[in-house]
Write a protein that binds this ligand. Structure first.
Ligand SMILES: [Zn+2]
Length: 239
C-alpha cells in the first residue's frame, strides 16, 4: 500500500499514519496503510465496472455480511480507451453499494498502462498477475478465495489467468466461478435495475458513449431486450 485510501466501503478502518519507512534519500518518509483492528478480508473480487463483476460483488456482500471482500480495480489503459468510463462506473457502483449499507469491503486500485507496447496478452492475464501481486502482501494473507465472473472456466485464457495468479501469489487460491451456471440474461434479471443502469459494458466507447457495435454492447443489449420481451410476455399471459 502506498498510503492512498479511497472513500469507499470500510476504508475508515484503514489507518495510513501507523507505519512509516524512510525512503533511500533518508529524508522523506512513505506511509503504509494498516487496518486499525485487523479485520481480515477472505475473498478477492476484481471489479471492472461491468455488469458481471458488479452483480457478483453485490450478491456476495449481501450474502456475507460478516465477512470482508477485497475489491480491486485495475485502470487498464489500452488502445480500446475505455478505462475512464470503467473507473467512472466503479465509482458509481461503490457509492451505490455504500448507500445500500453494503460496505463490508476494502478497495484497492492501481493502473496498468500498455504505453507504446504491443498488446499481445489477454486482459485476464494482466488481472491474474496483478491479483497475485496484491495477494503477496502480508496484509491480505487471509484471502484464500477469488470470485471470478466468467461464464466458462475452461477456456485457454482462464487457465492462463489461474496459472499466472498462482505463480505470482505463491500459494493456493480457490477459484470460484460464480456465473458458470447462469446466462447473461439471468444476471441482468437478478440484479437491481439501479445497479444495472450504472454499469459500463462497452469495450470501445466513441466520444464517451457506448458504441453499440462491439461484442459486449451486442451481448448485453440482446440479453436485456430478451429479458424485457419475456417479462412483457409473462405479463400478458397473466392477464
Ligand atoms: Zn460497445
Amino acid at each position: 500500500m502506498n498510503g492512498i485510501v479511497y472513500p469507499y466501503g470500510s476504508s475508515h478502518l484503514i489507518d495510513t499514519q501507523n507505519d512509516t519507512i524512510y525512503l533511500p534519500n533518508k529524508i522523506e518518509k512513505a506511509n503504509f496503510a494498516r487496518l486499525k483492528d485487523e479485520i481480515p478480508a477472505t475473498t478477492l473480487l476484481q471489479l471492472s465496472g461491468g455488469i458481471d463483476s458488479a452483480y457478483v460483488l453485490w450478491k456476495w456482500l449481501k450474502e456475507n455480511p460478516d465477512k470482508y471482500c477485497l475489491v480491486h480495480h485495475i485502470v487498464l489503459i489500452n488502445r480500446e480507451k475505455r478505462h475512464e468510463k470503467e473507473l467512472e462506473a466503479c465509482d458509481k457502483i461503490l457509492r451505490w453499494l455504500d448507500s445500500q449499507g453494503l460496505n463490508n469491503y476494502f478497495y484497492i486500485q492501481n493502473t496498468f498502462d500498455y504505453g507504446n507496447m504491443t498488446e499481445v496478452i489477454w486482459d485476464v492475464e494482466i488481472c491474474g498477475f496483478l491479483a497475485g501481486v496484491l495477494l503477496r502482501a502480508d496484509r491480505w494473507k487471509n484471502v484464500d478465495n477469488i470470485l471470478l465472473t466468467q461464464y466458462d472456466r475452461n477456456t485457454e485464457r482462464e487457465m492462463s489467468r489461474r496459472q499466472i495468479l498462482r505463480t505470482t501469489a505463491r500459494r493456493n487460491i480457490n477459484f470460484i466461478y460464480k456465473l458458470d451456471t447462469m446466462t447473461k440474461q439471468q444476471v441482468i434479471e437478478d440484479m437491481p435495475k439501479e445497479l444495472f443502469n450504472i454499469c459500463w459494458y462497452c469495450r470501445t466507447p466513441i466520444n464517451g458513449r457506448k458504441c453499440g457495435n462491439c461484442m459486449t454492447c451486442k451481448t448485453v443489449e440482446r440479453a436485456n431486450k430478451k429479458s424485457i420481451d419475456d417479462a412483457y410476455k409473462n405479463f400478458l399471459s397473466g392477464l
